[in-house]
Design a protein around this ligand. Sequence first.
Ligand code: AAO
Length: 512
Amino acid sequence: MKILILLALFGLGLGQHNPHIKNGRTAIVHLFEWRWADIAAECERFLGPNGFGGVQISPPNEHIVLNNPWRPWWERYQPISYNLCSRSGSEDELRDMITRCNNVGVNIYVDAVINHMCGASGGEGNHSSCRSWFNAGTKDFPSVPYSHWDFNDNKCKTGSGEIENYGDINQVRDCRLGSLLDLALEKDYVRGKVADYLNKLIDMGVAGFRVDACKHMWPGDLAAVYSRVHNLNTTWFPNGSRPFIYQEVIDLGGEPITSREYFHLGRVTEFKYGAKLGTVFRKWNGEKLCYTRNWGEGWGFMPDGNALVFIDNHDNQRGHGAGGASILTFWDPRLYKMAVGYMLAHPYGVARVMSSFRWNRYIVNGKDQNDWMGPPSHINGSTKPVPINPDQTCGDGWVCEHRWRQIKNMVIFRNVVNGQPHSNWWDNQSNQVAFGRGNRGFIIFNNDDWDLNISLNTGMPGGTYCDVISGQKEENRCTGKQIQVGSDGRAHFWISNRDEDPFVAIHVESKL
Ligand code: AAO
């Protein structure tokens, strides 16, 4: 019996840190607000062929529909039920997408909003993505069903019923996050409803979950829910595979609730990563790229095996959540490409690439007045499809950072060097640095205001390599820079600080 308990705990503990990514792939892309039909097509035409390991999709459950402001992106974070129809499509379209992505080796990770339902002022009616009736005022969600018994109000001790102080762990977990009706996850009934929702998705073939707002749920309640979740669907995953769990916990220090409390349950989002790397590439607060020699745990980040890392996310690219002004996004493309390239070249963490939509930012006193704006939409509020231009970029306001040559090629770089150690570090004691990944890859950055001109040991086999930043290897030629590596592994690099992309990356599969 004891061994069974250990096995269960062990299974509960470790299995959920593994993203179950296939065929030597490594990176995840967040296709924020994409429709299921577009994700399915993108898996087949781009993500599979270019070695992306998985897609994080927007919450697929029924959510509120708002018109003040008009259809904000954050409708998706106000559940009305666990029916699988949403702004991104129907249950059938979701099922079809999961199958088609799995069939080309691209995993699907669902953004699971299980801490709460809609906002307290959500009103009454059927203004929801599947037209289910609800009454936020009386906490009545018949399509689950949930009633007022299933919410935390009696546990919250603040006057407003909302979180008023992040220094008080009971408030953070038992009161409303921004007036969102807080579910009583200590109740067996509620845990059962949440587990049923997650299990329906698991049985459809998803590989795991990004669990929203975990700071606001007691670890014990999450453990109880996770323990009820099925193993992955054996059509696509080995028997006994536990779902990959990565938990959104914003921990930049200074609060009693820390990421560490969630480590045993799955991976955790490391928000320090993007905030710090943004500061380094912006050269703020005296930060220099040469200081990143010990990047990762050396910078006080969580242990590698627990980390889910990213440069920006759907919140902090528009001033929500955390990270502040240092966060780099597609709005700062030159620095952003370097930061994403650095993340994908470095071995720390499971890396997630952001793929955004454009909105017309309108910043007043440092705050974007249009931070609420939803995805490219038709007049009737429905989300527009993602058109692919002849040059492989996306149209109609979809940014598709994951399709930018520099980022797509660094996703491939990360696959090629997977498992190789961080090696051959060099820096100029300022903002020119280089490092390798064993004998399979090498990258060098010039973020100083003068040219970089140096010969270095790359650790790579001799030969002619195509730089995958300024171009790539096509047939048997380089469309961008060529790097000559001698039989001693040494190569000469010249990078003007005026280059469009002042960094160079080579790997053994970009060798002529
Ligand atoms: C919307 C309206 C609200 C309205 C609500 C209900 O905006 O005014 O009350 O509806 O009607 C998203 C949007 C919200 C939206 C919500 C529901 O961002 O604006 O509310 O959908 O539609 C906290 C949570 C974190 C959360 C983050 C936004 O801990 O989990 O707030 N992120 C997730 C999702 C997010 C979603 C939700 C949760 C809700 O990614 O998209 O909200 O499902 C501190 C705390 C953090 C806290 C932030 C912001 O952060 O530490 O835990 O995040 O404050 O409240 C420095 C500090 C850092 C601090 C930061 C900001 O960086 O180091 O600790 O400053 O103060």
